[in-house]
Design a protein around this ligand. Structure first.
Ligand code: NAP
Length: 453
């Protein structure tokens, strides 16, 4: 990114801001679209909020995002509010105008774009909102302004649900929202609902916790959307899926709230292909899986087990996983069904794991990253680490190992050299991190990975 005299500044006001993914979204967009903008976090304490907004305007800052705890307080320092921001009582995006900043709530618009991206329409549909915090208020407004049928807000503190219901029923001039205690879920009319999980229960590291545990509740769900995106697959989502409903997390909400803010700041429309590219980057950033790749004998399994112990993650060896699924060894699979069959099985398993795997260390078969389809899966599964090893080291480590089908036949040493020459660029293509493994102990390699990550 080239900063020059014409660069425009965008940024985030919040406290804290250390874990934000917004710079990733906006700086990637600027780079991809060739726009001369730079996006930076501004750690802003509550007592400095007014000065920060006025100072930003004086410094000709093009636009800002606002995050916790300033989404409500910031409104008093703005020149204008869009209807959503006004109704919800919170804004997360400030757009520069001639008279000051105008506030928008792109969280709500982002969630709507996410919902539509799944082909789900709210029009006429009954909705359940779990939770009654800031996010739930935005969800309630989104439902009401997009023609939803009846909306039930269920919360632990019923007074908070009632306050949102009263406010929105007043705002829209009807009685379409009912507030309930979350314990009374069994009193809901028996039908199918779109359900938004907007409590903070289930956020990492309390990933398996859910506000309603009873499987009977999930029979009411047609589509379940959890606003949480870390973990990637939540307990709420699993229960929805188990009951036969579709379920999604909130990562696309995060994506689209950013995309919409960027569109507003720059007065442009961003196409789906670009949005998808940013989504893949976010996916990669939010998935905490570690994937070890490299040639046979590079130490993926031993190092993987050490890493899984250190992080407390599940360890999966893809070859072993396939053997368990098929009830035979890889060597038997190769000889009975051929290599093409095995490769397809590897791809199918990788896709299956990619659908929901979190907190895992994956040791992959040496040929797995070679397929284009597999490279695409790895790009969103987590951090890919390539354990780089020389042919001489492979030969010395694997001498006498006759369980490797690819090394059978005449002159296995030449075969290793040829395979490594062919595979090295393919391993490098998928790697986020390359670790030289020749002459190093598994313990050293594991420590090196931990320090580099
Ligand atoms: P909030 O204002 O703090 O509200 C939290 C809500 O969760 C309240 O309804 C609270 O109930 C409920 N809750 C918390 N712990 C609970 C427990 N143990 N049992 C039952 N209910 C519990 O938070 P928020 O800003 O609305 O955010 C809610 C969630 O949405 C968070 O997980 C956040 O990460 C997510 N979110 C995602 C995006 C995105 O871009 N994907 C954007 C915004 C928010 P009480 O009222 O009874 O305390």
């Amino acid at each position: 990114m080239m900063i020059d005299g014409k660069t425009r500044t965008l940024g985030l006001l919040g406290d804290p801001v250390g874990h934000t993914m917004s710079p990733l979204i906006h700086n990637t967009l600027s780079e991809k679209l060739g726009l001369n903008n730079v996006y930076v976090p501004f750690h802003t304490k509550a007592e400095n909020l007014e000065a920060a907004v006025k100072g930003a305007y004086a410094l000709n800052i093009l636009g800002l995002n606002v995050t916790v705890p300033h989404k409500n307080e910031v409104m008093q320092y703005l020149s204008e509010l869009d209807e959503g921001g006004q109704a919800i009582g919170a804004v997360n995006t400030l757009v520069r105008t001639e008279n000051g900043y105008k506030g928008y709530n792109t969280d709500m618009m982002g969630l709507l774009r996410e919902v539509r991206s799944y082909g789900v329409e709210l029009d006429g549909q009954d909705v359940i909102i779990l939770g009654a915090g800031g996010a739930a208020k935005a969800v309630a407004y989104m439902c009401m302004s997009n023609g939803a049928g009846h909306v039930y807000i269920l919360n632990r503190t019923v007074a908070k649900a009632q306050a949102i219901a009263d406010h929105m029923n007043d705002f829209f001039g009807n009685q379409s929202i009912t507030a309930m205690s979350i314990q009374d879920y069994h009193k809901l009319p028996e039908k199918k609902y779109i359900v938004f999980q907007s409590t903070s229960k289930g956020l990492y590291p309390h990933s398996d916790e859910v506000v309603i545990e009873d499987p009977a509740f999930y029979k009411l769900v047609s589509v379940g959307i959890d606003l949480i995106y870390k973990p990637f697959s939540t307990g709420f989502m699993s229960l929805c899926r188990y009951a036969g409903a579709k379920s999604y997390n909130g990562l696309k909400m995060l994506l689209y709230q950013g995309i919409i803010a960027y569109e507003l700041w720059n007065d442009i429309t961003i196409d789906e292909e670009t949005a998808d590219e940013i989504y893949r980057k976010l996916l990669k950033k939010t998935r905490d899986n570690i994937i070890l790749t490299g040639f046979m004998g590079s130490g993926k399994t031993t190092v993987g087990k050490l890493l899984s112990e250190r992080y407390g993650y599940t360890f999966i060896d893809t070859d072993q996983y396939i053997e368990e699924k098929c009830g035979c060894t890889i060597a038997e699979l190769f000889s009975k069904k051929g290599e093409a069959y095995f490769r397809q099985l590897e791809t199918d398993i990788l896709k299956e794991l990619n659908a929901s795997l979190t907190h895992a260390v994956l040791s992959t078969g040496g040929g797995l990253p070679l397929r284009e389809e597999n490279a695409a899966e790895l790009a969103t599964l987590g951090t890919v680490i390539y354990l780089q090893i020389t042919p001489e080291e492979v030969i010395s480590r694997l001498s006498g190992d006759n369980t490797r089908p690819l090394l059978s036949g005449d002159d296995p040493e030449q075969k290793v050299r040829d395979l490594l020459t062919y595979r090295t660029p393919l391993y490098e293509r998928v790697a986020d991190l390359t670790i030289p493994a020749t002459g190093q102990s598994p313990e050293y390699i594991a420590e090196e990975i931990i320090s580099r990550m």
